[in-house]
Design a protein around this ligand. Structure first.
Ligand SMILES: C[S@@+](CC[C@H](N)C(=O)[O-])C[C@H]1O[C@@H](n2cnc3c(N)ncnc32)[C@H](O)[C@@H]1O
Length: 285
């Protein structure tokens, strides 16, 4: 591609009618609401796809990505990968992990609920699920007979692939305690960059797959003691959020817990949950 062609792609502007198509698609397919102000963000994120797909204008690109052919070729998935926000980190919102470790785990052990099953719903690149795997491994050392498994799902195939690879570097690993890093990750050089990869003690315990929270048939075929669905529902439209919360509750065992992000509240969506502390709910019905 020559300079003029590249410059031409970068000068493309997403117009209202095309943006509306994307808003409708994201709402219907993912439950995600894109506010009008997001047109700028969508424009800049999709420019990359114009370049990669070889379709160098928005109207044609969007018609293609939303078509059956776009599904078949994987372009629709690539568009979803771009339009979802994946920010995450190890031990994010750490006070929730403290509560999980100090209150939830001892309660379950007392009631002999093992193997303990956890779901990281909207797992992004896996940091949340691997954080839990480290905590649970540590817990297991001191609790003979305790066993656990973790599932992570996300609608973005690109981040699920990263989670499966379990490779992290740079700012990504800032929140990771050095002792845990040395114990559970293998260091290696990627060119000049220092990276780490999750070792088998973590990988054997965590299974990742693509799943859409707005589509119940894609939910894991399991019942869970705890679901973490943090910083994901904030992107959902209110009705979709209500439906997802109730669907998540169908997957939690009675007495189990739902953790949402610290800025999120879901008590208004169900009578079957009791708020235990900010953003932590127990299934009571
Ligand atoms: C901001 S990340 C949160 C990651 C992690 N839970 C945390 O708190 O650090 C939100 C994730 O939700 C995913 N997501 C958005 N809509 C979804 C849907 N309909 N089904 C499943 N995952 C979705 C995005 O792809 C993204 O990886």
């Amino acid at each position: 591609m020559d300079y003029t062609e590249t410059a031409n792609i970068y000068s493309q502007k997403l117009q209202e009618p095309e943006f509306k198509k994307i808003q409708d698609f994201m709402l219907t397919k993912l439950g995600v609401k894109l506010a009008p102000i997001k047109i700028v963000m969508v424009n800049s994120r999709l420019i990359k796809r114009l370049k990669a797909s070889g379709i160098h204008n928005f109207p044609d690109y969007i018609n293609y990505a939303l078509s059956t052919e776009g599904i078949r070729s994987g372009e629709q998935q690539s568009m979803i990968d771009e339009l979802t926000t994946h920010k995450t980190e190890f031990f994010r919102e750490n006070e929730q992990f403290d509560f999980f470790k100090d209150e939830v785990l001892p309660e379950f052990v007392k009631n002999y609920r093992t193997p303990f099953k956890i779901w990281s719903a909207g797992c992004s690149s896996g940091e949340e699920a691997y954080t839990m795997a480290m905590l649970l491994n540590e817990f297991q050392f001191n609790h003979f007979g305790f066993n656990f498994s973790i599932e992570g799902t996300d609608v973005s195939k690109a981040v699920v692939e990263k989670a499966i690879a379990g490779i992290y570097g740079g700012a990504n690993i800032a929140g990771l305690d050095e002792k845990l890093r040395k114990k559970y990750f293998i260091p290696f050089k990627d060119g000049k960059e220092d990276k780490i990869q999750a070792g088998n003690a973590l990988k054997d315990k965590v299974k990742f797959s693509v799943g859409n929270l707005a589509n119940y048939v894609t939910y894991p075929n399991n019942m869970f003691d705890v679901i973490f669905c943090r910083n994901t529902l904030i992107y959902f439209e209110d009705n979709a959020k209500r439906e997802v919360v109730n669907n998540l509750l169908r997957k939690i065992k009675l007495g189990g817990y739902l953790f949402v992000g610290l800025s999120e509240t879901v008590s208004q969506y169900s009578k079957d949950i009791k708020q235990m502390r900010p953003s932590v709910y127990k299934k009571i019905g």
